[in-house]
Write a protein that binds this ligand. Structure first.
Ligand SMILES: [Zn+2]
Length: 151
């Protein structure tokens, strides 16, 4: 259980906490894969600066890992089977996997999902720090805030 001391209802707070982990998953894994974080908060979806070049296959693969890091972090934080906030992320990952691998997109998506999950687990402490910061301050975290949170 989460400690007492908030005026929010447990349900509302738990929901915000899980959403914070989802967004922190995108933010931390995106940062690790070389993207620049524009902004992330509990009320807005994680946004990165555009790459500013034509995407290579490696960029596409990374984008899929970043998209799936949100759902993976959410599932790990909530202990639920399915990520509730993941519809858009999964649709995007599927689209990019088709672009990357054509007919064998399913296998490729499966591999990239496993790689994304491994990254999320490996960097769970950092994701947790960013998520806690998002919940506690209800603020916006951007690239300049990450070094202090990721050390
Ligand atoms: Zn997401």
């Amino acid at each position: 259980m989460i400690g007492a001391g908030s005026e929010d209802s447990d349900g509302e707070r738990d929901c915000r906490r899980v959403f914070a982990f989802h967004e922190a998953g995108h933010a931390v894994i995106g940062h690790l894969l070389g993207r620049t974080l524009r902004a992330v908060s509990v009320t807005q979806h994680c946004e990165f600066e555009p790459l500013g070049k034509k995407w290579s296959n490696a960029d596409l693969g990374n984008s899929i890992k970043i998209a799936l890091a949100g759902p993976h972090a959410e599932v790990l934080a909530s202990h639920e089977e399915v990520s509730v906030g993941a519809g858009g992320d999964i649709a995007r990952a599927k689209e990019e996997a088709e672009e990357l691998a054509g007919d064998s997109w399913k296998e490729r998506l499966h591999e990239l999902s496993a790689a994304s999950q491994a990254l999320v687990m490996e960097h769970w402490a950092e994701i947790e720090r960013v998520a806690n910061r998002l919940v506690k301050l209800a603020g916006v975290v951007s690239e300049k805030d990450l070094p202090a949170l990721l050390k």
